[in-house]
Design a protein around this ligand. Structure first.
Ligand code: PRX
Length: 665
């Protein structure tokens, strides 16, 4: 894709010169002060050891970091702990059993539930006992495919408690996508529900699990048990040999369960994410370092005061943000949080602001795409609610444009709240670049600086740091506790994907382009590889191309992420039809072609990957060596003059493509 990593649309925004100082009150009582940078600089290992001491270990580590065999890291070597014990039991033991852990807000308005830490301890213990009774042993993988209900969090913690790595698959993925993840990590049990609520209607999940199970079986992998939460009461097909109701086996299980301590490097979970090839990567996170990194940064970046704050992260637990900043980080810190099931605008557009008002949310963490859609709806909607409880706002998932940042701060935050723009990835596990709310004077649109003890740099093609005022590739220069350990079952792919590009320097290549401004602050511009970011969801161009090509009508396909005012980027697909399809349907594929192909992508991957636009074209722009020049296709999709075509094998092709008929889906 782009050979110039700094050619992002945000480049012109680097002239932004507004600054927002931390509120004096927050700065005076901040969990982390400017000294943290110096402390980390003086002794990085000591810094992380201190962060690790915030957790409860049954055996202390002998060595903070083993980086003897890079890029394979071991953190807190020799240490032993249980992640679920740290997220739940220890708070009860410390006398906080009555503290609300989760204010669950379901989609139907009256559907709410509060769970204290004591409740959570009982539920997680019951679920852990039930999983053991189903035959799940330490090391076995469990897939979780659920809506945003408390049982999803309980299921994850129950897996962690017995040392069974979970893989949570976002409910918006199709049966095929679920099957490929189940097969790749060899999950023997799937935890799901009959369905969840979306925009007022029950939306089923269990049928996709049934289908995924049969796809996996055809490929030789047997799922042994499916544990099903009854949420919507929808009719479900039932296989007595496999399916088990949660309310039968979990409710009747004992609430007593003694957590076993696992090695710090015991696998905690696998989270699949899109890469530059068609096959999603199973990102492996392990127990000790991940829990240290997420709990410390949650406390540091959000300035969490567990006794008084009410925290709300609007992500889905099917993504890394939900893992790190709904489940593991906040619960390890003993936070009180809102867990929300629905969409932002159902049953009405002020729904989220009502939730903030009702629960007196103090810290709110969401994605720019949501902020932009609220901006479009107008400030009257949040203005009509009392949002004065908010004291800190966070943003994640994609670059936040200064306009959205300022609106978020002024309208939602009443001009009082710092905005922390947090850059990180599924692979990093924890926030890496962000302002510190009690220290940093924030600039709208900039993620500012690496957190204390984090090494981040912007480098050129040769791996040399670029001067201030220049752009390049974002790299991480030091190992960090929550770093991915490998790609599940594929160490070589781990090395090749992240560590080969700047091998000589030993840098982790993040796949993002970034600029360093005149002050040295960082502006993340977006991906420089074949990965798109649609509404903060990470999608692979190659994966969608493979899905399109698997349709019998399609000879060839090229997918690009085109800039979109609402979703950041949108999927635009260029498709060459097969000759027999042209004969049957006509050269443009006929009226329904876009819908047919888009439904096919939906089935293969899920609704989130659905193209915004499908263009039927006679040819694709290729170099003489046959490589598709997606840069030119992006020019067309973004209605720009087409750039340099001199390396095309046939330069007349772009005229044909530009004249092509776009079909919206
Ligand atoms: O391109 C960056 C973008 O999201 C990518 C990581 O996606 P994922 O693994 O799905 O994790 C998303 C949630 C952590 C990054 O490579 N990204 C994430 N946060 C930001 C961002 N881009 C700009 N600014 C951010 N704050």
């Amino acid at each position: 894709m782009s050979t110039d990593p700094s050619s992002g649309t945000l480049s012109n925004l680097l002239h932004e010169n507004r600054r927002f100082e931390p509120p004096a009150e927050l700065a005076a009582h901040a969990n982390v002060t400017a000294e943290a940078y110096a402390e980390a600089e003086a002794d990085r290992d000591a810094f992380w050891a201190k962060a690790a001491e915030r957790l409860t270990w049954s055996q202390k580590w002998d060595r903070v970091l083993d980086w003897d065999n890079p890029p394979f890291a071991k953190w807190f070597v020799g240490g032993r702990l249980n992640a679920a014990y740290n997220c739940v039991d220890r708070h009860v033991e410390a006398g906080h059993g009555d503290r609300i852990a989760i204010h669950w807000v379901g989609e139907p308005l009256e559907d709410t539930r509060d769970l204290t830490y004591a409740d959570l301890k009982d539920e997680v213990s019951r679920a852990a006992n039930a999983l053991t009774d189903l035959g799940v042993e330490t090391g076995d993988r469990v897939a979780i495919y659920m809506p945003m209900i408390p049982e999803a969090v309980i299921a994850m913690l129950a897996c962690a408690r017995i040392g069974a790595p979970h893989t949570v698959v976002f409910g918006g993925f199709s049966a095929e996508a679920l099957a490929s993840r189940i097969e790749d990590c060899g999950a023997m049990v799937v935890i799901t529900s009959d369905g969840g609520y979306r925009r007022g209607a029950p939306s089923s999940l269990k049928p996709a699990v049934d289908e995924a199970r049969s796809i996996a079986a055809k490929n030789g992998h047997q799922v042994e048990k499916v544990l099903v939460v009854r949420r919507t009461g929808q009719e479900v097909d039932w296989d007595d040999a496999v399916d088990v109701w949660w309310h039968d086996v979990v409710a009747s299980a004992s609430p007593e369960h003694t957590p076993e301590a696992f090695d710090a490097e015991h696998p905690l979970f696998v989270m699949y994410t899109s890469g530059t090839t068609g096959k999603p990567k199973g990102i492996l996170h392990t127990t000790g370092g991940y829990l240290v990194g997420t709990s410390y940064t949650h406390w540091e970046v959000f300035d969490l005061k567990p006794e008084t704050d009410v925290y709300w992260c609007s992500a889905d637990i099917g993504w890394i943000t939900g893992h790190s900043y709904i489940v593991y980080g906040p619960l390890a810190n003993g936070a009180t949080q809102v867990l929300y099931e629905g969409t932002p605008d159902f049953p009405e557009r002020g729904r989220w602001w009502d939730v903030i008002e009702q629960h007196k949310v103090t810290i709110f963490y969401t994605a720019p795409t949501a902020i932009r859609s609220f901006m479009k709806q107008g400030r009257e909607i949040p203005d009509a609610r009392d949002l004065s409880s908010l004291r800190l706002l966070g943003s994640v998932g994609e670059p936040i444009n200064p306009e959205a940042y300022v609106w978020y701060r002024e309208v939602v935050g009443g001009g009082r709240t710092p905005v922390v723009d947090t850059w990180w990835q599924t692979e990093t596990g924890m926030i890496m670049i962000s302002p510190l709310p009690g220290v940093t004077a924030g600039k709208p649109g900039s993620a500012m600086t690496p957190l204390p003890a984090i090494g981040a740099e912007v480098v050129n093609d040769e791996g040399a740091a670029v001067p201030k005022g220049s752009g390049g590739y974002l790299v991480l220069t030091q190992p960090w506790p929550a770093m991915l350990r490998t790609i599940w079952g594929d160490d070589q792919r781990y090395v090749d994907t992240y560590w080969a590009r700047f091998k000589d320097q030993g840098y982790y290549f993040a796949g993002d382009g970034a600029k360093k401004d005149e002050d040295g602050d960082l502006w993340v511009l977006g991906r420089v590889d074949d990965v798109m970011n649609v509404s903060g969801h990470r999608l692979s161009t190659t994966e969608i191309e493979s899905a399109l090509v698997s349709h019998p009508y399609v000879a060839e396909a090229a997918v690009v992420g085109a800039t979109d005012a609402d979703t950041g980027q949108a999927v635009v697909a260029y498709v060459i039809l097969r000759e027999d399809a042209v004969q049957d349907l006509g050269a443009d594929g006929g009226e329904d072609i876009a819908k047919v192909l888009s439904d096919h992508v939906r089935k293969e991957i899920g609704p989130i990957a659905k193209p915004r636009q499908i263009m039927i074209v006679p040819e694709l722009p290729k170099t003489r060596s046959g490589k598709i020049m997606r840069r030119l296709l992006r020019d067309v999709a973004e209605h720009r003059a087409v750039g340099d075509t001199t390396t095309l094998a046939d330069s007349s092709i772009m005229e044909l493509i530009s004249a092509g008929k776009a079909q919206s889906t």
